[in-house]
Write a protein that binds this ligand. Structure first.
Ligand code: SF4
Length: 236
């Protein structure tokens, strides 16, 4: 298998599903990214707090968070997780990293019980969106390729009617999405290959804006693409 010079994280994978040009820009022109809106920063912070709340459902786990978000740190953390899983049973790991063939992911909660693995990804919303399923399918794929196939994969989310500003563990519920994400595995494999090719495909710079730029999220290269298209119009 060819060695890949760049890595593909879960968020880059989700980015590539929306637009391959966005992945290309992220990997090659990161400085062109729009600044993060304050509201999004607030939601990230809320998501992190929600994730810590979910830890309480699985107490006495070990925090395996990588030291930084850089790929090298995630690969080192994945090696640590691997050693830990090979040597122990009946353990809970928080923020466990997995790495296989330049694809990497960090799972919110992993339980190993009677030599079987149970994966839990935490989402601070009531609805399980298609993006959450794509996110879980990518994680399942990387874990399986790394030799740690989950027996079951759950999304931990809010029950209907819960209020994020006053939330407790009683407001959390689990949904088993194993069957949904197993059926996506061929797609995930094919799309990962496409995403790695896109990272070095300069032709993507010529892709134009469209409806996909806001679905499912407002693309954070929208400013760059608008400037690029305006420049093209004025030079015609
Ligand atoms: S603004 Fe649209 S075309 Fe440009 S990178 Fe983002 S999704 Fe792709």
């Amino acid at each position: 298998m060819a060695t890949r010079s760049k890595t593909l994280s879960k968020s880059s994978y989700i980015r590539s599903l929306q637009c391959l040009k966005s992945l290309y820009l992220y990997k090659n022109h990161y400085k062109e990214k729009d600044p993060l809106p304050i509201e999004l920063l607030r939601r990230f912070k809320q998501g992190t707090q929600f994730g810590r709340l979910a830890w309480l459902l699985f107490p006495n786990g070990m925090d395996m968070s990588p030291k930084t978000a850089f790929p090298n740190a995630i690969v080192r953390a994945a090696q640590h997780v691997e050693a830990c899983l090979l040597q122990n049973d009946n353990i809970t790991l928080y923020e466990a990293s997995f790495y296989s063939n330049s694809a990497l992911t960090i799972l919110d909660i992993l339980v190993k019980k009677n030599n079987l693995l149970y994966a839990y990804e935490v989402k601070s919303s009531v609805e399980i969106t298609p993006t959450y399923l794509n996110d879980a399918a990518f994680q399942y794929y990387v874990m399986t390729q790394a030799g740690f196939k989950p027996e079951k994969f759950y999304i931990v989310h809010m029950r209907a009617g819960a209020n994020l500003d006053h939330i407790g563990t009683d407001d959390l519920c689990l949904s088993d999405v194993t069957a949904n994400i197993i059926e996506k595995q061929d797609f995930v494999e094919a799309h990962i290959a496409m995403a790695f090719e896109a990272m070095t495909d300069e032709k993507l710079l010529f892709a134009t804006k469209g409806e996909h730029c806001t679905k499912p999220y407002l693309c954070d290269f929208a400013g760059f693409c608008s400037r690029q298209e305006n420049t093209e119009k004025t030079t015609l």
